[in-house]
Write a protein that binds this ligand. Structure first.
Ligand SMILES: Nc1ncnc2c1ncn2[C@@H]1O[C@H](COP(=O)(O)OP(=O)(O)OP(=O)(O)O)[C@@H](O)[C@H]1O
Ligand SMILES: N[C@@H](CCO)C(=O)O
Length: 326
């Protein structure tokens, strides 16, 4: 589970006193997530999320992430909003770690992705891209093509512990991706980790379907090709548990997206390559975590091989038509 930093009652009381959020009633560690420590903070005024930022988050980048959430929320996108303390500051320190309180988003992420979820995701992702267009700050994507080789070199000596041909597969693919990575696609603000566990839904009983209620976890957000966010979602949302690609899910997601933000011919053509790159990114970070998570750590490692298989699939894709679109 992702509670790396335990917060004592005294520390919490002192911290909460900086805010105008009411009396703390309870503070429970949240088991989900792998990156940061999250607590559900209940006060007599409502629910909040308290996050202590851990290993992968660079404290210097927190003003970007928090500012972005504030910007998107101000433009009507459903996402957590940083709560400012009485001094007007959202970011402070708790137990020696950078920490912030954000608003609580209603809804649940879905464990069983349906066609409806993909149809909801597409337009909401496009709306986020449009809402981010005038965000004044930028952040380089350090987990894009130039960041993959150093990550590869760090896992290379032990890659065979995951799969015998992993080293060669990544080496060959990296050569290809570095030589062909597109440089002229429309760029903007992307979420960059839009997995099902970062997208909340609420059930609409009258309609009998889930409706998207918002996005969370903007801590990989960055400035990059907008279509790369779509490629991440093709990987994260459109494969079945048995590894089969579901082109109907992809079509619904892509067409939903295109109704809000049309995709250029170049963006469509680049999708298979971007999807290979997105598969590479998660194959590398999962492999790194697989090999470097200490035994006994209270966190569930994610399977790198899932992304090895997704990479293999996209390597065989001839064009965007195989993602279900005309
Ligand atoms: N603003 C929010 N409103 C409601 N619940 C939240 C909010 N932020 C986080 N959560 C809860 O905390 C869990 C973990 O949050 P989050 O995904 O941000 O953690 P993380 O450690 O950064 O995880 P990840 O592994 O996805 O990078 C979520 O699944 C959700 O249950
Ligand atoms: N969403 C990532 C983990 C957080 O970056 C994964 O599934 O590998």
């Amino acid at each position: 589970m992702a509670v790396y930093t335990e917060v004592s009652d005294d520390d919490l009381e002192e911290f909460a006193a900086e805010y105008d959020i009411g009396e703390v009633v309870s503070c429970k560690g949240i088991a989900e997530g792998v990156e940061n420590t999250n607590y559900l903070l209940q006060t007599d005024r409502g629910n909040y999320i308290l996050t202590l930022y851990e290993k992968r988050v660079n404290p210097d980048e927190l003003p970007f992430f928090l500012g972005l959430m504030e910007h998107l929320a101000a433009r009507g996108l459903a996402c957590p909003t940083p709560i400012k303390g009485r001094d007007g500051t959202a970011l402070r320190t708790l137990c020696g770690r950078p920490a912030a309180i954000v608003s609580f988003l209603k809804g649940m992420w879905t464990r069983r992705i349906t066609l409806n979820h993909c149809a909801e995701l597409g337009p909401a992702m496009a709306a986020m891209h449009l809402a981010g267009a005038d965000f004044p700050m930028t952040r380089n994507n350090n987990l894009s093509v130039s960041g993959w080789r150093p990550l590869f070199e760090s896992i290379r000596p032990r890659a065979a512990e995951i799969k015998a041909d992993l080293e060669q597969t990544i080496a060959d693919e990296l050569d290809y991706l570095e030589a062909h990575w597109p440089k002229a696609l429309p760029v903007g603000l992307i979420h960059a980790d839009l997995f099902p566990d970062n997208v909340f839904f609420l059930h609409d009983r009258a309609a009998g379907v889930d409706r998207m209620s918002g996005f969370i976890d903007f801590y990989f957000a960055c400035t990059d090709a907008l279509a790369y966010d779509i490629a991440i979602c093709l990987n994260a949302w459109c494969f079945e548990d048995d590894g089969a690609f579901n082109a109907t899910k992809a079509r619904l997601m892509l067409n939903g997206y295109r109704k809000v933000r049309p995709l250029s011919a170049d963006e469509l053509l680049a999708l298979p390559l971007l999807a290979r790159g997105a598969a590479m990114r998660f194959l590398l970070t999962r492999s790194y975590d697989w090999l470097n998570t200490p035994p006994g750590a209270m966190v569930k490692r994610k399977d790198p091989m899932e992304y090895y298989r997704k990479l293999r699939f996209h390597q065989g894709v001839g064009g965007p038509g195989q993602y279900g679109i005309a």
